[in-house]
Design a protein around this ligand. Structure first.
Ligand SMILES: [Fe+2]
Ligand SMILES: [Fe+2]
Length: 267
């Protein structure tokens, strides 16, 4: 089985690139299951119900969210009737939606979980480790589930690595999101979990983490704010990883994905 995960979709350019490229990638690479983080897919902040529906028509099987999960309020009623959008499990005790979800693909069970980190994050979130412990108590890789993907939505690479090692041997893939910059540390951990600290974003890299450069530059250089951030609109690069699984659900191979845009095609 082969799964692919794409980092934070930023704005219209990210959505457009999925529409033009994802189906070909999935069929060329024979990918069985695709997860994409879409917390910034609608105007850079949150995800509207319409955009969620559009993305789910584009060979994306599961969408994960993040600290911007509820920035677009339209997603809240949508989360009540979809099983394909996963919000962070430790956002708060009464968050709308599900923090983990099981998918059935070709008779194989795939569990997708999202956790939020707490280091350097603006909002206060619950401790992710007990949530993961509870989920791994119920779902045992290779026994009652064939693949487990954990999206670690966090700022600090140290915290992401700690979660990666905590999940080692219990998950197929632990993949970071949120920082919008792909890290160069894709590898398989000691007990067989594929890991990368950040998948990177799926957006325009001629930008500051996906946003048009003018407003962040004004804030950094002049300490002035003249409006909200807007997504940059040049061609997007889709960034992520694909993982080939062993029979027992651990990772056999992790490969970096780059499709189009200024980061070019490698991997
Ligand atoms: Fe985020
Ligand atoms: Fe993000």
């Amino acid at each position: 089985m082969k799964v692919a995960f794409f980092g934070d979709i930023v704005g219209k350019t990210g959505r457009k690139k999925f529409k033009s490229s994802l189906q070909k990638y999935v069929s060329d690479e024979k990918v069985d299951f695709v997860v994409a983080n879409a917390e910034n897919a609608t105007a850079g902040a949150g995800l509207s119900a319409n955009h969620a529906e559009d993305l789910l028509k584009m060979s994306i099987d599961c969408i994960t969210l993040g600290d911007h999960a509820y920035d677009n309020k339209e997603i809240i009623p949508f989360l009540e009737h979809t099983k394909q959008v996963v919000r962070p499990v430790n956002y708060s005790n009464d968050s709308p939606g599900q923090g983990s979800q099981v998918f059935l693909v070709n008779n194989k069970k795939i569990l997708v979980i999202q956790v939020l980190g707490r280091v350097f994050m603006k909002k206060k979130f619950l401790d992710p480790f007990p949530f993961l412990e509870d989920i791994f108590f119920e779902y045992k890789l290779g026994l009652n589930v064939d693949c487990i993907i954990v999206d670690v939505h966090a700022e600090a690479t140290s915290e992401k690595m700690a979660i990666g090692h905590f999940c080692d041997g219990k998950a197929s893939l632990v993949i970071g999101t949120h920082t919008h910059v792909p890290t160069g540390d894709a590898r398989i951990l000691d007990k067989g979990t594929a890991y990368q600290s950040d998948a990177g974003m799926s957006g325009d890299y001629n930008s500051i983490i996906g946003m048009d450069k003018a407003e962040p530059m004004r804030r950094f250089l002049k300490n002035q704010t003249s409006g909200r951030f807007t997504p940059a609109n040049g061609e997007a690069t889709l960034c992520g990883v694909s993982v080939e699984l062993n029979e027992n659900g651990t990772a056999n191979k992790i490969k970096v994905i780059r499709i189009g845009g200024v980061l070019g095609c490698t991997g």
